[in-house]
Design a protein around this ligand. Structure first.
Ligand SMILES: NC(=O)c1ccc[n+]([C@@H]2O[C@H](COP(=O)([O-])OP(=O)(O)OC[C@H]3O[C@@H](n4cnc5c(N)ncnc54)[C@H](O)[C@@H]3O)[C@@H](O)[C@H]2O)c1
Ligand SMILES: [Zn+2]
Ligand SMILES: [Zn+2]
Length: 360
């Protein structure tokens, strides 16, 4: 099958043929229908996070089940599914305390002495996030997917695989935004726009979108922002404090920078909570004013929106079909796998929301 291979930091991905194994007892072979291009993939290409190469990146996808392992009863060939990198074992401490998105059990992967899921002429090709969506097929654990209704278009379903689950989930689950509250979202890419959309659904009273690209701020309004701040026109923190008369109750950082993570904390009113979603480069430290904790300001991380994706994703599909989640507007470009490097170049400009690879 055709896949985009990541071989070296800073180099373009290469479209090559690789082989994919057959499903083991608890595995499912999925034909990829669509895969979104997320900034997290780019962080690995840029070497800001370590990865073992060669590797097939990609982790935001939807597709159709082709084959299932002998023990799989949850799905059958022909079922439509969304994949999720929050693969859960179902019986570890994290899973059993309701934190399935933090499960790190090794049993959802193949052992090193087993045949690898992906290979090229007998040599291992590493699977990214137990998924590797930049390929025509995926071989994944049965707990890395959710079955969905068949009237949901698969290109838009793919967005739920990461951006939407992360952004909306961070609002609903990690921060638990209350109706009427004030929210600021820094960074209006696929993830930030999903935070804004989630905050609107949650009934936030004021939603301030912050970006440096005007077209993104215009999109943010379509997704539910009540106010916009262009970070290149002076201090964003000061502007948010002025707009809200003292700061927001909830802030979300959806870029992955030291400065904007600090800004997220500094724009809180007393008692507020900053949620850091962006992947801040490994080794980078952020600095906060210690005295600010005395007014009960909080800062926390969010991984994949603290999801329970088999419950969340079908609900998000209903939101989309009811017109509440703006997935049509989130797809800026539909591309072929061969155009993947262009999608990363576009991403670096900040001008697009999401590029989605659509497979024939
Ligand atoms: N925590 C998680 O589970 C999780 C999941 C998915 C993505 N992420 C991370 O979330 C971040 C956002 O991902 P994305 O795919 O939405 O990215 P993206 O590249 O699509 O969007 C980033 C946005 O930030 C804006 N921006 C860049 N620098 C800015 C600055 N200094 N001030 C204001 N705006 C600025 C850009 O214009 C763009 O609109 C990335 O770091 C990604 O790795 C984390
Ligand atoms: Zn992602
Ligand atoms: Zn577990």
């Amino acid at each position: 099958m055709k896949a985009a291979i990541f071989r070296e930091v800073g180099q373009p991905l290469e479209i090559e043929n690789i082989s994919i194994s057959k499903p083991g007892p608890r595995e499912v072979l999925v034909r990829t229908a669509a895969a979104g291009v997320c900034h997290s993939d780019l962080h690995f290409i840029e070497g800001l996070y370590p990865a073992q190469t060669p590797m097939v990146l990609g982790h935001e996808s939807a597709g159709i089940v082709e084959q299932v392992g002998s023990d799989v009863t949850y799905v059958k060939p022909g079922d439509h599914v969304i994949t999720c990198l929050s693969v859960f074992c179902g019986h570890c401490e994290q899973c059993l305390t309701g934190h399935m998105s933090l499960c790190s059990s090794a049993e959802v992967r193949r052992d090193q002495d087993e045949e690898p899921r992906l290979a090229q002429e007998g040599t291992l090709v590493n699977q990214f996030a137990n998924l590797s969506s930049f390929a025509e097929q995926m071989l994944i654990h049965e707990h890395a997917l959710v079955k969905i209704r068949e009237d949901m278009p698969l290109d838009r379903a793919a967005l739920l695989g990461c951006a939407v689950t992360t952004g909306v989930g961070s609002v609903f689950h990690t921060a638990a935004v209350e109706p009427g509250s004030t929210v600021a979202v820094i960074g209006c890419g696929g993830v930030g726009l999903s935070c804004i959309n989630g905050a609107a659904i949650a009934g936030a009273g004021r939603i301030i979108a912050i970006d440096m690209v005007d077209s993104k701020l215009a999109m943010a309004k379509e997704f539910g922002a009540t106010d916009i701040v262009n970070g290149s026109n002076g201090d964003a923190v000061q502007q948010v404090i002025e707009l809200t008369g003292g700061g927001v109750q909830y802030s979300f950082e959806a870029i992955g920078l030291k400065q904007t993570a600090e800004d997220a904390f500094n724009m809180l009113r007393a008692g507020g909570a900053a949620t850091i979603i962006g992947m801040i480069p490994v080794g980078t430290k952020i600095e906060l004013m210690g005295a600010a904790f005395l007014q009960e300001r909080k800062i926390q991380g969010s991984f994949m929106g603290s999801n329970r994706f088999r419950i969340d994703m079908p609900r998000f599909i209903d939101f989309y079909l009811q017109g509440k989640l703006h997935l049509d507007q989130m797809i800026s470009k539909r591309i072929q796998l061969e155009q993947i490097n262009e999608a990363f170049a576009d991403m670096k400009t900040g001008a697009l929301a999401r590029s989605v690879i659509v497979f024939d």
